[in-house]
Ligand binder design. Structure first.
Ligand SMILES: [Zn+2]
Length: 389
């Protein structure tokens, strides 16, 4: 929903924007990361090592939607509130890792050339606490800018977008062409040593956030405790789909690293698969689901190219986590795995449901996966064991 803006609001937004540019450690890219996109090289697996005997805790931040209505006073205020939600969750849960589960920004509302400035705001609470993280793309992260109709009324285009007669470094960054998935991911990876995100194999283009992280113990780094797979479920600049090429890449990678399916695998992407419809198709099935919100219909990907068939055949795949539906936060058993939603974390995006974050906790010997939802007000609900169905 668009909000009316006033000259005072524009001044406030403009001042805030200059501050944001100056405080984001914006520096030229003098050296390129070795983790940049590769076309035909074998998959180089990322690794996270945890001390033995301790649970490994992950916070999922979904649908933050930074930059929504960025030209108004209202938009930046939502971003401040989203930082507040993340800060509360991080300070109460003390996770070892954070996953940004897509729709980190609302690119269709961001008219600056470098939308990474908003992405930076989203990762700042995690980075400030020295917590490592990984991210995947949602459908809004590289969505083309949508010109507000009201800009063509007497009020015109707000001067914050293309300031004239003002000398400031962002002037040449005024643009409406959007920031691509590759640019966003390269910016995150190049500027953050705590980021475990990767631009995936180039052969999977136009999808980008496709990679795997291995969790292992510091005492035995070569033995995996679990694998976390991140897939780009599309949307924005191309259809909402996990392609056949991604399915084949996933199949090749699991055969290479976990051929006998002995190590548990967890899946993360943004837009639910159509199987989410079946998992919670009617109220009677909710008895086996654990969650607090069943407030809307599943908004699934446009097509299925085989990823769910593959996951359902692999006994090692424990659970799949998605965002996208802000009014759903359930986990439902489905076939041999759990299908789970995160919890709407950001104040951007549709819906006025209370904000929170899904937490995952992995323990070893024996392997167990537990989850619950931590709300902004500090309460906890929907605890569920996901390592058995
Ligand atoms: Zn969203």
């Amino acid at each position: 929903m668009l909000r009316r803006f006033t000259p005072l609001a524009i001044l406030f937004t403009f001042t805030g924007f200059i501050f944001a540019v100056r405080s984001q450690e914006f520096r030229p890219n003098l050296h390129r990361s070795r983790r940049e996109i590769t076309a035909a090289r074998p998959e180089r697996i990322g690794s996270i090592q945890v001390p033995p005997g301790f649970p490994f805790k992950i916070a999922l931040f979904a649908d933050l939607h930074f930059g929504e209505n960025s030209w108004t006073a209202w938009g930046p205020q939502q971003d401040i509130k989203s930082v507040g939600v993340m800060s509360t969750v991080l300070d109460q849960e003390h996770p070892d890792f954070v996953i940004y589960l897509g729709d980190v920004i609302t690119a269709n509302n961001i008219p600056t050339k470098n939308a990474s400035l908003y992405w930076e705001q989203a990762i700042s609470p995690t980075r400030a606490r020295r917590i490592p993280w990984a991210s995947v793309f949602g459908n809004h992260d590289d969505m083309p800018f949508v010109w507000p109709l009201e800009w063509f009324s007497t009020s015109g285009v707000p001067p914050v977008q293309c300031p004239q007669n003002i000398s400031y470094p962002g002037y040449k960054d005024c643009s409406f062409r959007g920031t691509t998935r590759l640019e966003l991911m390269k910016y995150e990876v190049d500027h953050n040593t705590l980021s475990h995100s990767k631009c995936g194999p180039g052969v999977l283009w136009p999808s980008v956030s496709n990679y795997v992280l291995r969790i292992s113990l510091t005492s035995d780094p070569d033995t995996a405790v679990a694998y976390m797979y991140f897939l780009d479920s599309g949307g924005g600049s191309y259809p909402e789909v996990i392609s056949n090429a991604q399915v084949e890449w996933f199949n090749r990678t699991v055969q290479e690293h976990n051929p006998d399916a002995r190590v548990p695998e967890l899946m993360f992407w943004h837009i639910p698969s159509q199987d989410y419809h079946h998992a919670a198709a009617d109220l009677s099935q909710h008895k086996t689901c654990v969650g607090s919100m069943f407030a809307e219909k599943v908004a699934a990907q446009e097509a299925e190219m085989g990823i769910m068939d593959l996951l359902e055949r692999r006994s090692s795949v424990m659970a799949l986590f998605v965002g996208h539906n802000h009014g759903l936060d359930w986990c439902c058993p489905y076939k041999k795995l759990w299908l789970c939603y995160a919890r709407h974390t950001g104040y951007g995006g549709y819906g006025s449901w209370a904000r929170g974050a899904r937490i995952l906790e992995i323990t070893q010997h024996p392997f167990a996966l537990k989850s619950w939802i931590r709300m902004e007000n500090g309460t906890v609900h929907s605890e569920v064991i996901l390592s058995s169905s």
